[in-house]
Design a protein around this ligand. Structure first.
Ligand SMILES: Cc1ncc(COP(=O)(O)O)c(C=O)c1O
Length: 351
């Protein structure tokens, strides 16, 4: 949509690869990755492991596959997994955690996406013949449905300690963990070190066309490689994907800060509008969620009016609209989006 002149704020997944990525893909040295013979994939996996301070890494096709592979490599069927109630794994991954991994999700609510360690502890029921075995605690960082909120190293550490004390593993859906690291101005290792395993996405703010990476101990990644294969994710000349991933890790991380600045500009611009409410405290990275209940119109009416003015957005719940900034969204696009939202709010507010 962006190439058709729209300001596309539906997601950071709409980013297109950079010229440098396309060049790297064109010239990538390739081999059969199922035989572990693709040098470009091997290099990306080594870089990712090193970057996260873990032993090994595995390139997978998507964030959803990364989460499913990680769940299945961390658990056995019939076990219980503790998740934040708004987590992507629970909401948006087609129920794969139950349908394919055979797990029982046990939800813990939070107000900003960070699990309260006491709530996690309370969710870990004693081992008893009536209960499924709890085996895994998951966090999401940044937290999508909470508005791109950041989970700090201290918060991660506290949950990790509870998990460890009870013999549970600790996994992080770090689809946007680099956004968290940039927002917190910490090395991403400071976030990764508290989780036994994690994943991050190449195809969101980092602008790659495809791919996510699962990271953890060598044993865990060996298991994950087999699970990826059973899920049909064993790729062959996957170096064409990995080549873009290498450019992303080398060149695209620091610029995420620009997306955060633009998200804040966007939030501050629309917070002033009548009929719209933005919780500015949640605008910590590249997302803005705002409430349009004050306008008293159906979501699809709001979204289609906005689209007529050249701005694309999504709703994540009734009356809750989400905007995501990313490469390609500049200050002038933010201004255009704010003006379009102001016009639509004004027009609909008068109906
Ligand atoms: C937090 C989080 N985890 C996982 C995913 C899944 O990624 P994918 O769309 O690549 O399957 C997303 C996608 O938006 C996400 O926001």
């Amino acid at each position: 949509m962006q190439s058709k002149g729209f300001v596309d704020l539906r997601s950071d997944t709409v980013t297109l690869p950079t010229e440098e990525m396309l060049e790297a893909m064109r010239h990538a040295e390739l081999g059969d990755d199922v035989f572990r013979e693709d040098p470009t994939v091997n290099r990306l996996e080594e870089m990712a492991a090193e970057r996260m301070g873990k032993e090994a890494a595995l390139l997978v096709t998507s964030g959803t596959q990364a989460n499913l592979v990680s769940l299945m490599s961390n658990t056995r069927r019939g076990e219980l997994v503790i998740l934040e109630a708004e987590s992507h794994m629970y909401w948006y991954e087609v129920g794969g955690l139950s349908a394919i991994a055979g797990l029982l999700p046990w939800l813990v609510r939070s107000s900003f996406g960070a699990l309260d360690p006491r709530a996690v502890e309370a969710a870990i029921r004693p081992r008893n013949i009536h209960f499924p075995e709890p085996n895994l605690v998951c966090v999401e960082n940044t937290h999508n449905r909470h508005g791109g909120t950041v989970i700090t190293p201290k918060q991660l550490q506290a949950v990790g300690e509870v998990a460890e004390a009870h013999g549970l593993r600790f996994y992080m859906d770090g689809a946007r963990v680099f956004n968290a690291a940039v927002a917190l101005k910490v090395d991403v290792k400071e976030l990764a070190r508290h989780a036994d395993s994690l994943m991050f996405c190449l195809s969101k703010g980092l602008s790659c066309p495809v791919g996510s990476v699962v990271v953890g101990t060598r044993d865990f990644v060996d298991r994950a490689r087999r699970v990826r294969k059973v899920l049909g994710g064993g790729m062959r000349q996957a170096g064409v994907i990995a080549a873009a991933g290498i450019v992303a890790l080398e060149k695209m991380v620091d610029r995420l800060g620009e997306d955060h600045v633009n998200a804040r500009r966007l939030a501050e611009g629309i917070a002033k509008l009548k009929g719209i409410a933005v919780d500015i405290e949640r605008v910590q990275t590249n997302m803005v969620i705002f409430d349009i209940s004050g306008l008293g119109v159906a979501d699809d009416v709001f979204l289609s009016r906005l689209r007529e003015k050249g701005v694309c957005a999504l709703t994540i719940a009734p009356n809750r609209v989400r905007l995501v900034t990313h490469r390609g969204i500049e200050k002038e696009h933010v201004a255009k989006a704010v003006a379009a939202i102001a016009d639509v709010a004004d027009e609909l507010g008068r109906v």
